[in-house]
Every structure is written in structure tokens, then in C-alpha cells.
Design a protein around this ligand. Sequence first.
Ligand code: LLP
Length: 409
Amino acid sequence: MNFEALAQRYGTPLYVYDFDRIRERYERLKEAFAGTKSMIAYAVKANSNLSVIRFLARLGAGADCVSVGEVLRARKAGIEPYRIIFSGVGKRDDEIERALKEEILFLNLESEAEMERVEAIARRLGREARISIRVNPNVDPKTHPYISTGLHENKFGVSLDTAKRMYIRAKNSPHLDPVGIHFHIGSQLTDLEPIREAAGIVADLVRSLAAIGVEIRFFDVGGGLGVVYRDETPIDPADYAAAIKEAIRGLDLTIVCEPGRYLVAEAGWLVTRVLYEKRNGDKRFVIVDGAMNDLLRPSLYDAWHGVRFLPADKEERGAASEAEIVGPVCESGDWLAKGIALPPTRPGDLIVIEGAGAYGFVMASNYNTRPRAAEVACEGGRCRLIRDRENFEDLIRLEEAYLEDDDDA
Ligand code: LLP
């Protein structure tokens, strides 16, 4: 990837994605599920650029969405309604209504109250809502507490008992069609055992539902496959798929999985330029033009992202020493990397942050009135813009009209 040429052409900070790598990931996972009915529903939240979604759509992916906005993005990008799932712990009435009218594959429900709401809306629309219930299997996924979701202490899903009650109720309702079951125990998972355990628990629930006449067709195993940010050993997709196939042995189910990070994280970079260096006491700071508003993961989760220092003459720069890479935002928490060995830098040097393809741009904000970065996609050696850099006008567009006259002027 020629980051220097891209930075010159499109400016920095800049998000760059490698679509060939996304394809490789998609195909590896799809291949792992060969021999069973399966659908890969890309978790749009990880990177919802329309061109990214369209690329995955053309490979055959469906979409896992968590807002009506994401559903509409998926539709716009060309994903068929019957490949779209709508999940999330708090859906508004208008979102439920729109999803039903779009005739998506199913809504993933996370509480009894939500099911009642969906039933009422479906009744009003004279429809039958295809639903799935998110079960919380209460297993510890052994990941960061902010992205761990499969324990009862989390807000996600319902207990096995509640789920069973909900399925019986749904089966008896003319406006609900319980077609799926869902679990998602966390994100950035690097240990297969909790997934195997959860899949086993949920498959047993499917068996006991079948015994009382509730026939589930979709076994939605969520997302969560971890990637390498530093020195993690990721789960092999083949082992992952084998564990799930084993858990549902004897059942006639379509496996749905919802990977986000696995498909896009390692296919994206945040390209920044050095503004200055400074020292405060013993501490060396390299200040770059990208910041926490562009890539929030370090500030929010203490996340580690790899760093590439790219100047052509870096070998001639002298001895490396430890530095913290920080952005211009007025927050002490605004950092992109800590404890990084870097040779002396100069203004304009390129520093590229790795692993930024997932939960990067999508979590960006305009804090400090910083326009969000442009995004570029590369495929087969050719790169193209897939989102313009925002400008000041974009940022004030929704406020300008309300500006009161200045009496003093
Ligand atoms: N399905 C459900 C129900 C989810 O909640 C998530 C992620 C996914 C699928 C996709 O998970 P993945 O395959 O990407 O691990 N912002 C955080 C990650 C939040 C994940 C939330 N749910 C981060 O930057 O690490």
C-alpha cells in the first residue's frame, strides 16, 4: 500500500481500506462453513461505509444491523431484505415499523417488553413479524469488559427460561413467527471454548423447543471473532465453524454469523502526519494530525494498535526512543499509541495506525470541530475515494439557519 501517495493525493488524517483483504477474510469464513447452510451477515456497525457494505454484498454477504439507519444503509448498498437482520437492545417503534415494512429476514429481540411492542406493531400493520430471540447463555467470553456481552450482568439478551416462555408466546401469536435464535457473547474473542459452550447451551434450547413444537430455522451465533492487534492468537475460522457445526449436529438449521471486526479490522489503516515533537520532563510526545475523534479505541478501551513509521530515510534518523503518539484534541486521554519506539520524527512524516478498519471511522466524531477524515478503498492495486473529507460547512450545516441576528452588529 503506497500510503505516501495516498496521503499526498487525499490529505491526512485518512482512512485507507484494502478490499482484497476483506474479500480474503470473507471467503475464508464462508469456506469454513461449507457443507452447511450458512449466511454471513456482516455486522455493519464495524464499518458502515456504503462502498464497504456494497463490496461485501457483492461477495454474497447479508447484514446485521443495529439501527434502522444501518438497515437503510444495507439496503442502499444492495443487500436484499431477506439477508438483513435487525438486532439491538432498544429499538424505537418507528424503527420496528420500518424493518417490518422492509420485510427483512428477522428482528432479533432482547426482552419480553420488546416482543410485545413488535407484536402490537405487526398487528397494527396486519403483518406477521419474523423474530429471533437473543439468549444470554451466561458464559464468560474472557474479553474486555466493555465488549463482553454474554454474562447475566450485561444488558444484552434474556435468560434461557425467559426465552422459552417468549418462544411459546410467539408461537401462539398470529403476528409473530419465531424463526431464529441468537447469541453473541462478546467481541474480540480469542478463546474458542466460551463460544463452543454457548453454542452447546443454545443448541440444547433449540432441541427442547422442537420438543414442544417450536421449530427454529436460523441459528445466529453472533459475531466476535478476534483479530490481531498486537500478539493475540486468533481463533481459526475452520475450528470456529467446526465447533458450531458440532453443537447443532442433527438439527436442520441455517447458521447465521455476524462478524464485523474479523472482516474489516486488519484491512484498514489510519494515516496521519507528524505535526511536531515535544518533551514534557522525561516524556516524549509525537503529535500527529489524527486524534481520538478519528480513532477512539485507544482512548476508550486502552486499545493497542500497531504503528508504522514510514519516512523513506528513517534508518538515517538516529536512535529510536520511547514515545507517545497523541493528537491535537484538548483531552489528556487523546492518544493513539503509547510506549512506541520511534526514531526522531520531523513534521510531515507519515505515521500509520494499524487495525483501524473496524470501529474506526464509525466511532469518529466532530469533537473540537474537527471534520471527519476521508476514506479510500484499494482493490487490485487501484485506490479510490469512498467518502469525502468533511469540511467546515458540513459541520455547521444543521446549525447555521438558527443563528440569531447579532444585535451589536
Ligand atoms: N453481533 C452483535 C449482536 C454485536 O453486538 C456485535 C458487536 C457484533 C455482532 C459484531 O462483533 P465483532 O464481530 O465485530 O466482534 N466498539 C468496540 C466493539 C463493539 C462491538 C459491539 N458488538 C471496539 O472497538 O472494540
